[in-house]
Design a protein around this ligand. Sequence first.
Ligand SMILES: [Zn+2]
Length: 341
Amino acid sequence: MKAAVIHEFGPPEVLRIEDAATPQPAAGEVLVRVRAVRVGGLLDIGTRAGRNPFARLTFPHILGADFAGEVVEGGEGFSPGERIAGVPFIPCGHCQACSMGRDDACPNAQLVGVHRQGSYAEYVSVPAKIVRRIPPSIGYEQAAALALSGPVAVTQFGVAGLRKGDWVVVTAAASGLGLVTSLVAQALGARVIACSRKEWKREILRGHGFEAVLNTDDDGFVDQVKELTTGRGVAIAIDNTASTSMFAKLCAVLDRLGVIVCSGALAAETVPLDMRSLYLKSQSVIGIRTHTQASLDGFWRMVQDGIETRIDRSFPLDDVAEAHRYVEAEKNFGRVLLTID
Ligand SMILES: [Zn+2]
């Protein structure tokens, strides 16, 4: 089969289109003909560059995490020809976190494209538990764009206890994850304040029907949120940046019983937390590594009611190095995908 293979860590040029052995599905796995794969930051580019702390891989290696395609060899309830989407996170299924239904915290989880061969290829074999059927209304590219971010957002709002009508602020709402998070919150009945620090991105966000689009760098940000929420603040703040200045502002706009949810640490700064304010207002700060298995089902049910995210650009698999350069240059608004005919 055709695949994008790396034989060493390095710049985008280490990605080579080669002929690789078609994987043989093991027990409990499905063999999938891949049609679209998301090009991601940490799992794809970080792993390729040798920056991924989870990566313990053997070369030659095939990258590729969340994907969509059709089942070729079924089993485990899937039949050949069914259209599916898959996620990279494979929880062990028997640890304490897994038995509690909080498999997002599984310490034994493996990642497709990091710990095992990925989906930058015509075929990938993965455990059936990480794939789900996709609605007929959406194409493979849209499915691959939503496959991971959507369930992560559903998990975030489930754990944070979102209720209809709640105010939610999403930072970096113009990122691939942030936009899906904002759309999921909206679909769950939240009143969404989508934030971006770039005006051209805010302009695009304004077209998505959110309650407000704000700039967290604006001196008046805290007052603007207070005004929108009639002085109360937001029930949930989603922040995957871990930026000192941003975190202080989120604390300032958090309502009583409010929850700050973190599923990433792009800036990776150590943020200040006023414990006195936290306990006096019965607030919490929670980390959620990724989605739960249960949220995969919940999310794909929601998609049937019409969630669609923005696809910035699709590259054919042959242009994988160019796709990596494009994502590394942060030129995209929305998902960047590889397509495999
Ligand atoms: Zn586990």
